[in-house]
Design a protein around this ligand. Sequence first.
Ligand code: UDX
Ligand code: UDX
Length: 471
Amino acid sequence: MNEKITIAVVGSGYVGLVAAVCFAEIGHQVICVDNDESKIAALMNGQVPIYEECLPELLARHRNTLIEFTTDLHDATRRSQAIFVAVGTPQSQTGSADLSYVDAVASQIARSITEYKIIVEKSTVPVYTNEWISRVIERNGVPRELFDVASNPEFLREGTAVVDFLHPDRIVIGVDNDRAGKLLRAIYEPLTSGRYYQAVDAVPGARSASEAPPLLQTSTKAAELIKHASNAFLAMKISFINVVSNLCEAAGADVEEVSRGIGSDERIGPKFLKAGIGYGGSCFPKDVAAFRYVAEQLGVDFGLLREVENINAEQKRRFFLKVRSALWTFRGKKLGVLGLAFKGGTDDIRESPAIDLISQFLKEGAIVSAYDPAAMERTKQILPPSGTLSYAKDAYEAASDADALLILTDWQEFAELDLDRLHYTLRYPIIVDGRNLFDRTAMAQRGFTYLSVGRPGGTPQKDAALSHKLP
Ligand code: UDX
Ligand code: UDX
């Protein structure tokens, strides 16, 4: 089987654009839709509006052949067999997901349906959204036999989204009849058959022709729940290790050792057991809140999720206090800050703990010089440079003459910094590392006061600091 399917992807953001480009990569004809005219114009010109590994290369490979860009949702719907909806579903004031974009897009799609289409939820949405979408489409006069609504959650991590799409642990399709199931299975057939991995220019990753990804076909409601439950579970895992890291600090143990120990149990697994300054991003905070809200609406008390949120907020606060304990007071102190993105490998600053912390440091009277390899332009839009906040050209400039250096994002580039140079550059060799990027013994040997998360120590070894200052 080698069926080329025409697919529209509505919403060309972090999720939609990656999905669209990857659908083209596995051989489908893709129409990428967005109501943001400037974004579409940029994409048409070959510009990539987000920082995402492999995306520019794949976009260049398929632009003007298998993938096109438009703001015309009507035309895209008319020409497509499947329409994936990947518009944002932000958090509303109650904590629930704001589905107004999904609602608006569903109505517009409905007005363009004249033959059978499948509408696929790609955005993270609460259980029952498929029923709402169906109702909206029917209300617009489309007969039930002309459409199906399916759920196909994504499990893409920003920064590795392309590889996550093409080499997934699993593909989940939620459908309520086999007509929809057949079309979705055909869309993913190049991956599930292993055929894609045989291509010479296939993006490399964990999957291969002999180890093709499994496809799980469920009901639409189960698929909707799988997405929320997966993200909530991962957030819970992070909050769990963050509390364990606090225990380690109190007991004088190293959380990295503890993580390794518990993560080696196959039932637990080593991933998402990295202690830090709390999770952020466009998904975990809003999805945990939305899932808790969904449970509440369905009469189920999911108090565990409230605790996950409390722990996450507390973890940020603890880091703030740790910085204060290193500096005593903030007023007039110069802080070098490395990292603005919510994690390494992305320019995304949505719900970034780094942004929250910087705002607090500034409020306390600190002077901040910040650097991030990809997220500075986005940050400047919400925290413009001022008398107390500047953006540095590199990590060393951010550290220059600072009273302490803070690491807030786990960029690999930061882990590879020249520590001796940093030592000379800083006014005081104090590093407070919210991401545990360095070996604490090596840091002490080099003369740093090095505070990290869930690890003992922090005091420099005698004379080390002095010896580094010698010519
Ligand atoms: C996505 C999902 O949709 C969200 O549910 C999931 O939890 C995280 O990922 P993301 O791709 O990160 O969101 O959002 P964003 O980068 O903001 O992209 C959404 C795009 O949809 C934007 O380009 C926006 O212009 C577009 N959009 C929005 C439309 O085209 N039409 C609309 O009506 C609204
Ligand atoms: C997440 C999910 O992983 C993905 O499956 C889903 O589709 C979208 O949401 P993303 O938000 O891109 O992806 O990032 P992720 O790598 O999951 O990290 C989320 C946050 O948790 C980041 O702030 C990260 O720094 C933090 N994190 C992650 C930890 O603090 N410790 C860990 O061990 C892992």
